[in-house]
Design a protein around this ligand. Structure first.
Ligand SMILES: Nc1ncnc2c1ncn2[C@@H]1O[C@H](COP(=O)(O)OP(=O)(O)OP(=O)(O)O)[C@@H](O)[C@H]1O
Ligand SMILES: [Mg+2]
Length: 360
């Protein structure tokens, strides 16, 4: 799929702007603080229903204005879409696609798929396990809404269990029938979530390995580290595992085991990337994982998402940059940079110079 046109009105530092994109590489360049990332942010907002960095919609409206608008034209292999979004200083945002009002923002993902890679994504490798779980959960729920429903059920039961564990500890009790009930509910959704995570990580590992190898010649390995350790996970095994840890959980007054404690280990050339990887290796690994997400979306939807690459070239050496450019050549990419020399250009590449909220 690809984006043909983006129109901004009173969005961030743009009073009004229009960009007509190439279906291939688009380079958005200019000095710091001119509005490059703001463009990617607007596109991301249209795919995910929320910004990748703003806490509230109000931040997105140009200082001093009452509303902002985004319009976007995009195409997949079957049809063309026109999307409209209005953000209000006072009031909820409204979105429509082809004149049909979108009531649930999560529906947007059914239309425009994007994968964003920004400097903060280094957290995938260097950050806490929660950043990696967030990556898994957002990738899988985008493709399978039922996964999100399981996560919500799981979290509700987990909160209940945590409150119960605190009470049990304060009463000095070692077991309780209600704890079994919560553990049963957690096992029901937990086992399903684990199975989906296993499948997703297998798919991401397969593609990310190839991508990393292509970009850097390094070997990448992504391993699922589940908190509930057992072969061929099932609801029954999940439950048994939780019950075997019940007394420890009561002692700690916290849920110490379950999918809320899962992690993934990322190895580059056989060593843990977060401890031993160089900056460039870590960045390449995070990028390979994000590009693997694009492959995952394509394998399920038959459409490549649009890649939004925010300032990724500056830390990669010339070889990595070249292989990366090669890799993204035949798909639509919006890439920001302070320096166009860092990006390999072809006749299909379109350049946009951004200066103080104006597209030149
Ligand atoms: N709501 C807003 N109204 C007006 N201007 C805003 C608003 N939010 C952010 N800005 C301005 O937008 C600019 C930052 O835009 P952006 O993050 O896109 O920069 P950038 O070109 O990506 O810079 P860098 O190269 O440093 O990443 C800043 O000048 C900031 O003051
Ligand atoms: Mg930026």
């Amino acid at each position: 799929m690809y984006i043909e046109r983006l129109i901004l009105k009173q969005f961030r530092n743009y009073e009004s702007a229009m960009l007509e994109f190439s279906p291939y590489t688009n380079v958005i360049y200019g000095n710091n603080a001119q509005g490059k990332t703001n463009i990617l942010e607007a596109v991301y907002l249209f795919s995910q229903g929320r910004s990748h960095r703003a806490k509230t919609d109000r931040e997105l409206i140009r200082f001093g204005d009452e509303y902002a608008r985004i319009a976007i034209d995009f195409k997949d292999s079957e049809r063309s879409y026109n999307g409209q979004m209005q953000l209000l200083l006072k009031g909820r945002k409204s979105v429509s696609i082809n004149h049909v009002h979108i009531t649930k923002l999560s529906m947007l993902m059914n239309y425009l798929n994007v994968v964003m890679f920004s400097p903060e994504d280094l957290d995938l490798v260097k950050g806490s396990p929660s950043a990696r779980r967030r990556f898994i959960d957002s990738c899988v729920s985008q493709m399978y809404p039922s996964y999100l429903a399981e996560l919500i059920d799981y979290t509700k039961a987990l909160n209940q269990k945590n409150s119960l564990l605190k009470i049990l500890r304060s009463k000095g009790k070692k077991s309780d029938p209600t704890l079994e009930i919560w553990n049963e509910q957690l096992s029901e959704s937990g086992a399903k979530i684990m199975r989906s995570r296993i499948d997703f990580i297998r798919s991401v590992n397969d593609s990310a390995r190839n991508i990393q190898n292509e970009i850097s010649g390094e070997s990448l390995d992504i391993k699922y580290i589940p908190s509930v350790r057992c072969e061929n996970i099932s609801k029954e095994k999940f439950f048994e595992y939780l019950m075997s840890k019940a007394s420890r959980e009561i002692d700690m007054a916290a849920s110490m085991y379950g999918i809320q404690r899962d992690d993934i280990d990322i190895y580059v050339n056989g060593r843990q990337a977060r401890s031993f990887g160089s900056q460039g290796q870590q960045r390449t690994a995070a990028l390979s994982m994000k590009m693997a997400q694009a492959e995952y979306i394509n394998s399920l939807k038959g459409e490549y998402p649009v890649m939004l690459l925010d300032d990724i070239m500056s830390e990669l050496d010339i070889n990595r940059r070249m292989y990366l450019s090669e890799r993204i050549r035949d798909k639509q990419v919006l890439i920001t940079s302070t320096d166009t020399d860092l990006i390999d250009k072809t006749t299909d590449t379109k350049l946009f110079r951004i200066s103080n909220g104006t597209v030149l």
